[in-house]
Design a binder for this molecule. Sequence first.
Ligand code: FAD
Length: 316
Amino acid sequence: MTAVLDCVIIGGGPAGLTAATYLGRFRRNVLVIDKGWSRAKWIALSHNLPGFPEGISGVDLLARMREQARRYGATLEHGTIETLYRADDGLFLAKMGQNTILARTVILATGVVENNPPVTHVAEAVKDGLIRTCPICDGFESIGKKVGVLGNGEHAAAEALFIRTFSSQVSLLLPTGEIALSLETRAALAAARVEIFQVAVGSVAMETDGVTAVAVGDGVTHRFDLVYSAFGIVPQTMLAIAVGAAVDTANRLFVDGHQETSIPGLFAAGDLVRGLNQIAVADGEAAIAATAIHNRLSKILAQPEPSTAGLSSSRA
Ligand SMILES: Cc1cc2nc3c(=O)[nH]c(=O)nc-3n(C[C@H](O)[C@H](O)[C@H](O)COP(=O)(O)OP(=O)(O)OC[C@H]3O[C@@H](n4cnc5c(N)ncnc54)[C@H](O)[C@@H]3O)c2cc1C
């Protein structure tokens, strides 16, 4: 007979790996399936993660988190869950190629996908700190610098205003086309002395020590120390939506105080849930979800035996 896991975690970024460590330490049999595109991999050096005053790279952090989860018995596998289904008896079936994984509960920790700016060599520019995506993460490292914010409409405008906390030289670079900014937003930008330029995105170029962009109209080349990209993200909630979980208008999942979605037994943690895309938030949500799952299973199942720390993933 096919064994049933206590929990399958879909996604092995900070949220999924934190949940795996917690569930492993609760002596639950837990499997993490990850396709390996964590946004954390883009972090050259994070300075806002509690406990790492000298900073830590995303690659390093993920390696440490994987080691910690494995140490407590979690099984980690590379792969992609293509479909998720909840049977009438409440068990979840997750399909990965020819394999079907059976689990009593699921934590969806699939994150979001960044809409990259349409400029060449984005990965290198992010690594070099010339293109940035998250002012909450690294706005502090922009203090006193000349900053451009490249992106669409109100979202980019809000980001430019936020960055005024760190720099008095902030410009909003709107790609050519319709400029959908309200009068109120324009007034707020003017009050904060944020200049607005329309630029052809193709003119945005990476230099060794900065970024240049050519303004449409007068053709003047403007130079910035760095540019924040503000083209938004796409929450990876498709598996949950297919099971029937409720989402908001931005496709973010609704969860209760225990991180449970509107589908019983389906939990979610990390970037795909809320707007504050931060590792500390992902870790906290994962800890809440994992503890709720353990408590839930403790009520309906006998306590796990001390000898069940070793795990095996279950396949039909
Ligand atoms: C350039 C950059 C700098 C950043 N700097 C900081 C910082 O300094 N501090 C900070 O707190 N945050 C920072 N962040 C944000 C941080 O990376 C995210 O908040 C964090 O990675 C979210 O973790 P997560 O586990 O929710 O999602 P992710 O880390 O994105 O992990 C999701 C995982 O799920 C996998 N997946 C998706 N779908 C499937 C599927 N169907 N089957 C299997 N696997 C799947 C993905 O491939 C991925 O590996 C930064 C982000 C970027 C891009």
